[in-house]
Design a protein around this ligand. Structure first.
Ligand code: SF4
Length: 483
């Protein structure tokens, strides 16, 4: 029978994430830890800087030994992280907006609480009391859960399809893909040949599995970075092999990659949602972040898309970009209101170490080189609030949310949409409640086993050249997963 210490053997990275919420990851090693089982309970104590925190929880039991094992492991790990959180909170006096939540999808917790029969108010209280989430964030989750419950429910009979186009015109400064993963154009032809083979095989897998296509999403990279001829071929082939989805999305992230011809190909393929993403409407910042377009090109792309009859455009913006203050973000929000997208995703900047900016910021913190100053967590929080107010001005509701590591102010990314314009694929990918067949370099296919609380994965390699060389192996992985 495993003991509490067995369940905690590999918990160090998660503890580091908890300590990082307070900027205390460097102090973790100095904290003393005591984990024991006492009177049918797990009891954990952390001590450091003349303070201590202790928490306990009933040891779960279940007639099914596998379920029992899962619950015990989850309880022990959660308890350990929360006890460390209590100690860091005592020492620092800081309340992070998402409390002790790390490595867990916050909406899962809200949906779990509601599915257990808790009222919305009780579910909000559980999040604020058990996980120290601020009331503002817990209420946001409750609103999101309410919208998600209106959407068509996923289920075993359905499958989403993702098609990845890993090409971009330039590399954004915050992009954490390696340049070997974001192609430079010379690989377009062989990549599209490999992808076409995988798409055909993917359609076979979908058919043989007996499932229906739910939502199809073409992402990247920037799919519209493909030359017009290849882009049209992709759209036509997509519609031929994957007909009948309720939702087709194509990311057209960089406005300077859109042409009238590509927009027509999008419309003729039955795509009913595209994404044109300024990230910011300030030209100075656009130059800083390495995007090769201007705010004016964003306006032109929106006008062109409307002229071509596209009636659902999503807009992505980023709060917390280096060098930006509240006035800059307010300007982006004013422009968003003028452009009137049907959905708006407000991201918070996350600088990963592997991005060009990650390297630059590390060097800057070590006293080497220059870097634009990052807005404080407080300023980023005000921007995120401004994003929510803008979405409300546009008549939108929040419908999905996720957190990532290294986000400014430990904040979040939130998707807002006009009622009826929620992107099912976005919800599915974040909530991990739907099977996903992912095609193309870097795509990760997922098979959901709800009974076991388990997700089976078949990842495609992300390096484009390796993907081209090993496409058949990627197909086989997916056949094994789904059939
Ligand atoms: S558009 Fe996306 S994938 Fe392309 S460089 Fe920018 S962040 Fe990376």
């Amino acid at each position: 029978m495993p003991r509490i210490s067995d369940y905690l053997e590999t918990i160090e990275p998660e503890l580091a994430n908890t300590a990082r919420l307070f900027g205390m990851e460097g102090q973790l090693e100095a904290f003393r830890r005591d984990c024991r089982e006492e009177d049918g309970k797990y009891v954990i104590t952390f001590r450091g800087e003349n303070r201590s925190a202790t928490r306990s929880a009933e040891i779960p039991s279940d007639p099914d030994p596998r379920v029992e094992e899962l619950h015990r492991k989850r309880t022990a790990r959660r308890l350990c992280k929360q006890t460390l959180y209590d100690l860091c909170r005592q020492i620092s006096g800081i309340q992070p907006p998402w409390g002790s939540l790390t490595g867990v999808r916050p909406t899962h917790l809200m949906l779990e609480a509601l599915s257990q029969g808790l009222s919305e108010e009780m579910a909000v209280r559980r999040l604020t009391e058990d996980f120290d989430v601020t009331r503002e964030k817990a209420e946001l989750l409750a609103r999101i859960a309410g919208v998600q419950r209106e959407l068509p429910a996923p289920g075993d009979a359905w499958m989403d399809v993702y098609i990845g186009i890993p090409f971009c015109t330039t590399r954004c400064a915050y992009c954490s893909f390696s340049s070997g993963e974001i192609g430079n154009g010379s690989l377009v032809q062989p990549y599209m040949e490999a992808l076409t083979r995988e798409m055909r095989a993917g359609a076979e897998i979908l058919r043989e599995s007996g499932r229906q296509l739910r939502a199809l999403y073409v992402g990247g990279g920037t799919p519209t970075a493909l030359p017009e001829k290849e882009f049209r071929m992709l759209m036509e082939f997509m519609k031929e092999v994957f007909p009948g989805a309720a939702e087709y999305t194509v990311e057209a992230g960089r406005p300077d990659t859109l042409t009238r011809g590509k927009l027509r190909a999008i419309r003729e393929a039955g795509v009913n949602r595209i994404s044109i993403n300024p990230q910011t409407m300030n030209d100075r910042t656009l130059r800083e972040i390495g995007r090769s377009h201007t705010a004016e090109q964003v306006r032109e792309a929106y006008a062109l898309a409307r002229e071509e009859g596209i009636n659902h455009i999503n807009m992505d913006v980023i709060a917390g970009l280096p060098g930006e203050g509240l006035a800059d973000f307010a300007h982006t929000m004013d422009e968003a209101v003028r452009l009137a997208p049907e959905s708006l995703t407000v991201h918070t900047l996350a600088i990963k170490r592997s991005s060009p900016w990650g390297e630059q910021q590390i060097a800057y913190q070590q006293g080497r080189g220059e870097a634009a100053p990052l807005p404080s967590g407080e300023t980023a929080a005000k921007m995120v609030r401004m994003g929510r107010e803008t979405a409300e001005t546009l008549g939108m509701r929040p419908y999905y949310l996720y957190k990532q590591k290294y986000m400014a102010g430990n904040l979040e990314n939130t998707g807002y949409a006009l009622p009826g314009h929620e992107c099912i694929y976005n919800v599915d990918i974040m909530e991990e409640t739907s099977h996903i067949l992912a095609l193309g370099a870097g795509g990760i296919s997922k098979r959901i086993y709800p009974e076991e609380g388990h997700i089976g994965r078949a990842p495609n390699v992300s390096n484009i050249e390796v993907y081209i060389a090993r496409t058949e192996e990627m197909i086989l992985r997916k056949r094994e997963l789904f059939l």
